[in-house]
Design a protein around this ligand. Structure first.
Ligand code: UD1
Length: 429
């Protein structure tokens, strides 16, 4: 996997940014990571035929998942720019490679896959970003409701089951990962599963569409109740992953924080409704096109309050980039993070740049300042890292962002795309 190796060489690289220039121009987003990961896993549910998945983003998380699936016996082949072939017929190993699985949050979806296909699963308790605890208790409860015996042993989620049985499952906090896992597992279960309070993210709808093309019977994805009528077998299919709304949102906020004009193409504007409303409230002009969004920002925006919620609320993943924008806005913003408790960790680095931020538990109070100044900073997670890059673009002088390996897990060629918009930045190996 030459692609994966070239990424690893960069893993300790840093980004050097010369800030203070308004971004102008057009940029296009790729496929959604949070959609591609469940869909690639679900493709291995097929006992016959192969799936061709298009618009797969080139993120390290995706490459890691492909490697794990290969080690479980699935054939996964990169056909060319964003096209992946997955053939699950050979899936025969229920033990995921521990050290690879533990660093990937999405490896929990393998439990649903393996229980449904092989009746056994052993997958390291997943890690992921340093944004807070990432427990798996809702997943385990869900599998128990489907008739599996699942427990955490030796650092792994270990499970066994006969054929899974449909059930009624209430999903606490509309957990995205639990919803994905239940959809994957219930598709091949005997009888009907009803998910109450599932996640309503566009990526859940994308997964449901993919499963239905494979022959599953999933109804109601995108609402607060999903019904899955289990089928006995699924077959490979063809699918195009939806655009990455989180990447798109990041570029729009980058345009806004620098007082620029940025058009992001390959976007479904409806997926970003709450974020666009907040950009407008802050004083930016936002224009929705059929599959693009354009933002035009004045030199200084107004502070606006934000509270993160599961979709269609304000996405927790765009809270950090938006918080950077608030640092330079006029007034005081109250930002509440209700989903991940450590999602303000990156604000320490913004304070080094002159930001006025106080954090108390799940609330950050941001007092806007007239200028930020460049500083050496360190990214510790995907979105917090993106937030530092955005602050660097708007700051006076030079900002260095280390820990790029975190940012590479969720952004494909971030620096190239920002450079297309006129940003002055380069990656230092
Ligand atoms: C996914 C996304 C992440 C996004 C998040 C919320 C991926 C790879 N990650 O993460 O980008 O920020 O959805 O939209 O797609 N919880 C439990 N027990 C569980 C599961 C979750 O307590 O078993 C808690 C979590 O700690 C968190 C909340 O529920 O506080 C929501 O988590 P969840 O929606 O499951 O997030 P992820 O699927 O991990």
């Amino acid at each position: 996997m030459a692609l994966a190796k070239s990424r690893c060489l960069f893993s300790l690289s840093r980004l050097l940014i010369q800030g203070g220039r308004a971004l102008e121009g057009v940029v296009s987003t790729g496929g959604s990571k949070n959609s591609a990961l469940p869909i690639i896993t679900a493709a291995a549910l097929a006992g016959s035929g192969e799936s061709i998945i298009e618009n797969v983003p080139n993120y390290t998380d995706v490459l890691d998942l492909c490697e794990i699936l290969r080690q479980l016996g699935t054939k996964v082949e990169l056909l060319g720019e964003g096209r992946l072939r997955v053939d699950g017929r050979g899936l025969d190993n229920h033990v995921a490679p521990y050290h690879l699985a533990r660093r990937l949050r999405a490896s929990s979806y393998l439990v649903g896959l393996l229980l449904a296909r092989l009746g056994r699963a052993e997958v390291a308790v997943p890690g992921g970003c340093n944004i807070g605890l990432r427990p798996v208790d809702y997943h385990i409860k869900g599998f128990a409701a489907l008739g599996a015996e699942v427990a955490v042993e030796r650092g792994s989620i270990v499970g066994s089951a006969g054929r899974l049985r449909g059930s009624r499952i209430y999903i606490a906090r509309a957990s995205f990962g639990t919803t994905v896992n239940m959809l994957i597992a219930a598709s091949l279960a005997e009888g009907t599963t009803v998910l109450e309070n599932p996640a309503q993210e566009p990526e859940v709808v994308d997964l449901a569409n993919f499963l239905n093309r494979m022959g599953a019977r999933v109804r109601g994805a995108g609402t607060n109740q999903i019904r899955v009528d289990g089928v006995s077998a699924l077959t490979g299919t063809h699918h195009e992953v939806i655009p990455d709304r989180l990447e798109a949102g990041t570029y729009l906020i980058a345009g806004a924080i620098t007082g620029g004009t940025v058009r992001v193409e390959n976007v479904i504007p409806e997926h970003l409704r709450t974020v666009l409303a907040k950009l407008r409230e802050a004083g930016a002009e936002v224009f929705n096109r059929a599959d693009a969004v354009e933002v035009r920002a004045p030199a200084r925006l107004r502070a606006v309050d934000i509270e993160t919620h599961p979709h269609p609320g304000f996405p927790t993943d765009l809270q950090p980039p938006f918080l950077s924008l608030e640092c330079l806005a006029e007034g005081v913003a109250v930002i509440r993070e209700t989903i991940f408790e450590n999602r303000f960790a990156f604000t320490d680095e913004l304070v080094r740049m002159g930001a006025g931020i106080k954090v108390e538990r799940e609330t950050a109070i941001v007092r806007g300042v007239a200028r930020l100044t460049g500083a050496p900073t360190e990214a510790a997670d995907i979105r917090g890292g993106a937030a530092l890059v955005l602050a660097g673009l708007a700051a006076e002088g030079e900002t260095e962002v280390g820990g790029l390996e975190h940012i590479d897990r969720g952004y494909d060629r971030l620096e190239e795309r920002l450079a297309e918009l006129g940003a002055r930045l380069r990656r230092l190996p």
